[in-house]
Write a new protein. Structure first.
Length: 237
């Protein structure tokens, strides 16, 4: 998109950014929070470029974390469980709970009205049939992310409280939502810092050289604001 075709609000936000400097996380979030509001409450996202080669399994960076102040949006959770665990999931606030009935709905109707999937280990034979549908969308339950578990009540509560997943893509980038523009600046900073700390902690032993290469934050429709990776690294260490 050429500069002239961008909105006035985008251009105003871009003009407030000094492209000759790298910002501290607090400064960047202050710019985000103070930029002109739009007709909807934009999400605030953080993008992290890592010095890893995701083609190698020993350099994959992936995990999940409950943000201190949540994401600012409601997460629709589907749980595959039966018996007492079905009741536990329902009481914890799961939006949909079931087994073969839900799997058939997904397969035959293309139903995908949910954003997280949790399953008890004994239901993975059912969920496994959905791999081609859930996998490409990042919805497949995974024990490493706490979404394959017998503690379904806890898992549902965490998702509802603002648990986010992060995973490096083929280009070495991680993109995560850290809240809404309407959040107070300190809450955006604390959410972003929690993600950065988790990513730093997850640094693969096989990763050599600079790990945090580039970091930026932006609103849904706003320009990226570059953050100094060295300032972030020093705080996390």
């Amino acid at each position: 998109m050429c500069p002239s075709s961008k909105s006035k609000k985008y251009r105003a936000a871009a003009e407030a950014i000094d492209r000759s400097k790298l910002y501290a996380l607090e400064e960047a979030m202050e710019l985000v929070h103070n930029s002109e509001a739009r007709a909807f409450d934009e999400s605030v996202d953080i993008s992290i470029n890592l010095g890893v080669d995701p083609k190698h399994a020993d350099q994959m960076v992936r995990g999940a974390i409950v943000l201190p102040h949540g994401t600012g949006k409601s997460t629709r959770v589907l749980v595959f469980a039966k018996g007492d665990k079905e009741k536990e999931a329902t009481e914890a606030g799961a939006d949909y709970v079931g087994g073969d009935d839900l799997a058939k709905k997904i397969q035959s109707e293309g139903w995908l009205d949910f954003e997280r999937v949790i399953a008890t280990p004994d239901m993975m034979s059912v969920v496994g049939r959905l791999g081609k549908v859930l996998g490409p969308r990042g919805l497949m339950p995974n024990p490493k992310l706490g979404t394959v578990t017998m503690e379904v009540g806890k898992a549902v509560s965490e998702q509802k409280a603002g648990k986010v997943e992060y995973r490096v893509d083929k280009a070495g980038n991680i993109h995560v939502s850290v809240g809404k523009k309407s959040f107070e600046t300190n809450k955006l900073v604390e959410n972003a810092a929690a993600i950065l700390a988790a990513v730093i902690k997850a640094k693969p032993a096989a990763s050599k050289g600079v790990y945090l290469k580039k970091i930026s934050v932006s609103t849904t429709m706003g320009p990226g604001i570059p953050i100094d990776p060295l300032s972030v690294s020093s705080k996390a260490e």
